[in-house]
Design a protein around this ligand. Structure first.
Ligand SMILES: Cc1cc2nc3c(=O)[nH]c(=O)nc-3n(C[C@H](O)[C@H](O)[C@H](O)COP(=O)(O)OP(=O)(O)OC[C@H]3O[C@@H](n4cnc5c(N)ncnc54)[C@H](O)[C@@H]3O)c2cc1C
Length: 368
């Protein structure tokens, strides 16, 4: 079994396959290549999923339910704790108009999603109570709390996955960019400047590199880059008890990540002062304690976005045994990828949760 792409998506699948007893190898490109897995915010986001697509909400919820056991097993097997915590997420609205619009959106979510959607609108006093000693900015009019959301430490998750794969007998080779895929009598051969490998099953999970590889197994898929910029502060003693949507999260060692932008700028993963400044100002306006905290580092990374923003789980019709898997919520969906994809890839039934996410949906749909 070969997996092309060693980001969190390929690694989650490889871990699941290896845990099922499959012989798995990952071929990954250069360290200097684009990698969303090394530059993300680490949220397990559910409350903002599926406004226009109930199946996506259900998929994300299923992953969230699998996350506790997934995190425990990973920690027990590797000694690396992905710091998973299903503590919920706060939203903060500045000004009455923003608060009213947010409340309306949450109510509409609840109508569309139904009883499984849990998200409470809170007034300023309730929010202040939840945040304890972290003082709210003067212009925060209100907000909300959803217990559906969680977070993990993305780099620990990633290194835990790579460690677990190897403990289960799998391997990962970096600097092994795949250029060409051939298929003969049920065997896929992948080739690069380094040589070739062959296997009867092939998973393409190469993030932004996916379209070119997918086309070689008869699958046409579009994946575009969407830039996200963020920054991390020095360690602070003050505890920020909940992540705040679109704003910040505190890491286990005390640093705070502030982010994250959403920009359509092509294959450009540079940071810009204007975007970082506006993120910092947004954060400081809502939580003034951040004003005196030093920013230590900033970066940008590119999300692999499919045409309609939803994941793609597709086996090739022309070349059965070749699978294309990509999504822009690889942390949220990591547990689901590890648990539900291997059985399907190994020849079993495709789980009903995955069915809506074949490429057939894009032939005549324009979902948002
Ligand atoms: C700023 C930012 C914040 C984010 N926040 C969150 C969040 O809070 N929660 C969440 O769930 N998700 C978040 N994401 C999205 C998440 O990071 C991605 O969904 C996930 O990392 C995608 O993983 P991937 O393995 O598909 O892609 P990548 O991490 O990009 O990995 C793809 C790998 O494939 C390799 N590759 C490409 N072409 C080839 C080839 N030809 N041969 C061999 N290897 C190849 C690349 O080198 C790379 O290592 C965020 C993303 C960004 C950028």
């Amino acid at each position: 079994m070969l997996i092309v792409g060693g980001g969190v998506v390929g690694a989650s699948i490889a871990y699941g396959l290896a845990a099922e007893g499959a012989r798995v190898g990952i071929l990954d490109a250069e360290d200097s290549d684009f990698s969303a897995s090394l530059g993300n915010f680490g949220m397990i986001s559910i409350s903002n999923k599926g406004f226009n697509n109930l199946a996506y909400f259900r998929l994300s919820c299923a992953s969230s339910r699998l996350w506790p056991e997934f995190a425990d097993t990973l920690r027990e097997q590797t000694g690396i704790d992905p710091a998973f915590d299903l503590k919920g997420k706060i939203y903060l609205s500045v000004g009455d108009a923003e608060f009213a619009a947010h409340a309306e959106k949450v109510a509409e979510y609840a109508r569309r999603v139904g009883a499984d959607y849990r998200h409470d609108i809170l007034n300023r006093a309730d929010l202040q109570h939840m945040l304890g000693k972290v003082r709210l900015g003067e212009r925060v009019a209100g907000g909300s709390f959803s217990p559906l959301d969680g977070l993990a430490e993305p780099l620990r998750l990633y290194s835990g996955l790579l460690n677990a794969i190897q403990r289960h007998g799998g391997w990962i080779l970096r600097d092994h960019r795949v250029g060409r895929i051939q298929h003969q009598r049920g065997i896929f051969t992948v080739e690069g400047q380094w040589g070739s490998f062959s296997a009867p099953r092939l998973v393409i999970a190469a993030g932004l590199g996916t379209p070119d590889l997918a086309s070689q197994v008869g699958i046409s898929v579009k994946v575009r880059p969407q830039r996200g910029q963020m920054m991390v502060t020095e360690r602070v003693e003050q505890s920020f008890p909940y992540p705040v949507s679109g704003l910040l999260r505190q890491n286990p060692e005390g640093t705070i990540m502030i982010g994250v932008s959403t920009e359509e700028v092509g294959y450009d993963d540079r940071t810009t002062v204007s975007v970082l400044k506006s993120l910092a100002m947004k954060a400081e306006e809502r939580l003034p304690a951040l004003r005196s905290v030093q920013i230590n580092r900033c970066w940008a990374a590119l999300r692999p976005r499919t045409e309609d923003g939803y994941p793609v789980y597709q086996e090739s019709r022309e070349y059965p045994g070749a699978f294309v898997i990509t999504c822009h919520s690889g942390i949220t969906l990591a547990a689901l990828h590890e648990r539900l994809l291997p059985k399907w890839i190994l020849g079993g039934r495709k789980d009903a949760l995955l069915e809506p996410f074949g490429l057939g949906r894009l032939q005549n749909a324009s979902a948002t």
